[in-house]
Design a protein around this ligand. Structure first.
Ligand code: NAD
Length: 381
């Protein structure tokens, strides 16, 4: 814990008092990338079969330190810079790791949420306005993370990355809407779009995958098949409406064949939330021919290559990918909060632990041990 200087916001920026923040895996991946690791991967990018040895960074991230992490949070606008009209001091907001400038071709398109100006940039540690950091310790600049840096009582965020939400929404619950939950939920509701009564398979039952299951439950799926290599994940998944569990390790044949047998030819929709290239291929190949749609959410190793026979496409299976569940941060995320307020979206199931900000390392320990789903970190002590 250190005292950090945070000056007032500049043009198009807001200063936010973080009230609650939580810890998704991405913060841990980027925190770990300071450690050089020896890893091995095969010609197809999959780990395992050794074709050559290589020194590399975990998951290929660029190390950028010192840096203030944190990107899943809820807070209150403290002050605003010049030209800010969309939010005012006192507004309740969710800072989002990607943005919506509302002016570029992506923001103007109904089909895209990949804003040209404010799209996620994991390598940028400074503000767009002047290319400088707003954090310092004893005069030395400290890098931002994903434009949010919510592991700080006060942070400065571009206004295009602030979703203004209903002030009645409990911030200690809806803070998780700002990243992983919306990603999984939107992957199912906005991209896979299962019809009522559909069979949906979800690969990977971490928080993102369980949010995809929650989307399937909301859409009225008749069966939700959860696929994970870790059997401990199945207990939590029952609360999310998962009806069938498949652990690929329990079967001799490829998991896509197991699922096709269980479902008379394949599932209507599959959502992949693992980041593992083999699971991505299985998710595509387990959808029914004629109408099946598979959606990739997980972020694979940067050298991974997706391989499947073209006949699988010709037989009318569709493969899609999504970023942040196709939600536009400022336009759509307030509506996801409203889904919670109307009791359609059940957020409490995701909130398994709670610690004070001064005990934030406990949240990292829980994540590293794979315990629980989301640990809420309260900044109020
Ligand atoms: P997580 O690590 O908590 O969960 C992943 C789960 O996948 C684990 O339970 C793991 O056991 C399981 N798994 C791994 N390999 C598997 C395999 N071959 N078959 C079946 N299960 C397997 O991760 P999370 O926080 O839930 O995030 C899931 C993925 O979503 C990550 O890759 C993350 O980077 C990505 N993500 C994508 C976006 C986006 O916008 N597309 C946004 C946020 C996160």
């Amino acid at each position: 814990m250190e005292w950090v200087g945070v000056p007032p916001p500049q043009a198009r920026e807001g200063s936010i008092k973080s009230k609650y923040t939580s810890l998704p895996h991405t913060d841990v991946y980027f925190w770990e990338c300071k450690k050089l690791k020896l890893f091995r991967f095969g010609r197809d990018g999959s780990e395992g079969e050794l074709s050559f040895l290589c020194f590399g960074l975990v998951q290929g991230q660029t190390p950028l330190f010192p840096r203030i992490f944190g990107h899943e949070a809820a807070g209150i606008v403290e002050s605003i810079g010049e030209g800010v009209t969309d939010v005012k001091p006192g507004d309740h907001v969710l800072p989002i790791f990607t943005g919506e400038c509302k002016e570029c071709s992506h923001c103007k398109s109904e089909e895209s949420n990949m804003c040209d100006l404010l799209r996620i940039n994991t390598d940028r540690g400074v503000m767009l306005n002047d290319g400088k950091s707003r954090f310092s310790i004893k005069g030395k600049p400290i890098n931002h993370f994903l434009g949010t840096s919510t592991f700080s009582e006060y942070t400065v965020v571009h206004v295009g990355c602030l979703a203004k939400i209903n002030p009645a929404a409990p911030l200690d619950k809806v803070c998780v809407v700002s990243c992983g939950i919306s990603t999984g939920l939107g992957a199912t509701l906005n991209v896979a779009k299962p019809k009522k009564g559909s069979i949906v398979a979800v690969f990977g039952l971490g928080a993102v995958g369980l949010a995809a299951c929650e989307g399937a439950r909301i859409a009225g799926a008749s069966r939700i098949i959860g696929v994970d290599l870790n059997p401990n994940r199945f207990k939590d998944a029952k609360k999310f409406g998962v009806t069938d569990f498949v652990n690929p390790k329990d079967h001799q044949k490829p998991v896509q064949e197991v699922i096709a047998e269980m479902t008379n030819g394949g599932v209507d929709r599959a959502v992949e939330c693992t980041g593992n290239i083999n699971a991505m291929i299985s998710a595509f190949e387990c959808v029914h021919d004629g109408w099946g749609v598979a959606v990739l959410v997980g972020v694979p190793h940067q050298d991974a290559i997706f391989m499947s026979k073209p006949i699988n496409f010709l037989n009318e299976r569709t493969l899609k990918g999504t970023f942040f569940g196709n939600y536009k941060p400022r336009t759509d995320i307030p509506n996801v909060v409203e889904m919670y307020m109307k009791k359609e979206l059940e957020l409490e199931k995701f909130l398994t632990h709670r610690v004070k900000f001064s005990e934030i390392n406990k949240a990292f320990d829980l994540m590293l041990k794979g315990e629980g789903l989301r640990c809420i970190i309260t900044m109020e002590d």
